[in-house]
Design a protein around this ligand. Structure first.
Ligand SMILES: CC(C)(COP(=O)(O)OP(=O)(O)OC[C@H]1O[C@@H](n2cnc3c(N)ncnc32)[C@H](O)[C@@H]1OP(=O)(O)O)[C@@H](O)C(=O)NCCC(=O)NCCS
Length: 186
């Protein structure tokens, strides 16, 4: 069955995103899987994720009715709804991309999380999600910003491959996790 790239329309798709997210949290996978396959860090509140998708639908890959990959679109007005990302948004406000202060520019959003289901990795779905994102969001936005843990080498590699550029690198003050802030121009 073919893979279709589209954006979230139904509440069931949001539920499937949450399932995929839950399966890829560090608490759900072994240290070996984390190291070789990557992992997600943020667990979204279902009601917040539903509202976020009503405002800015996530890009998803579907096989039949099944969501096999997603890339979340997080407009900045949602920062207060995801408290764990508060420090990141504060940090982003102090950064510049191409001489433009992120704080003063409305033409970007945070790619809130990307994940491809086990069994569907290494098939171009990652690239397809970002291609679709560019197509859908280019009229309103010039670029997207995200951050990837440096030890998530699989994700780092894939993001570099599709054209993300490094904007900033910093260690999380409490966990020590080293994050790389990266930008993809549309
Ligand atoms: C990260 C993820 C989205 C990437 O999607 P994918 O379909 O697996 O990506 P791809 O296979 O297209 O690309 C992975 C790249 O990493 C490379 N790679 C594979 N295993 C690797 C490893 N253990 N270490 C470093 N690089 C690795 C691949 O060779 C490929 O690079 P290449 O194109 O230069 O050969 C997916 O693996 C995933 O969902 N992982 C779990 C959740 C996650 O980590 N999300 C990202 C959070 S920032």
């Amino acid at each position: 069955m073919g893979i279709i790239f589209t954006t979230v329309v139904t509440a069931d798709e949001v539920r499937q995103i949450l399932d995929l997210q839950a399966q890829n949290l560090p608490t759900s996978i072994s240290a070996e899987t984390m190291a070789s396959q990557g992992f997600v860090t943020v667990r979204h509140d279902p009601a917040v994720l539903q509202r976020m998708n009503e405002v800015a639908p996530a890009v998803i890959a579907k096989v039949g009715d099944r969501v096999v990959g997603y890339a979340l679109v997080m407009p900045r007005e949602f920062a207060p709804d995801v408290p764990i990302l508060g420090p990141m948004f504060e940090m982003l406000n102090g950064l510049f991309w191409k001489n433009q202060s992120l704080k003063d520019s409305p033409r970007w959003f945070v790619m809130g999380q990307i994940c491809v289901a086990e069994g569907y990795r290494g098939m171009g779905i990652f690239d397809g999600l970002y291609l679709k994102m560019k197509e859908v969001y280019r009229p309103q936005y010039d670029f997207t910003v995200t951050e990837v843990a440096e030890r998530n080498t699989r994700s780092m590699r894939a993001h570099e491959r599709v054209g993300f550029q490094t904007l900033h690198i910093y260690p999380d003050a409490t966990t020590g996790e080293v994050w790389r802030v990266i930008v993809l121009e549309f």
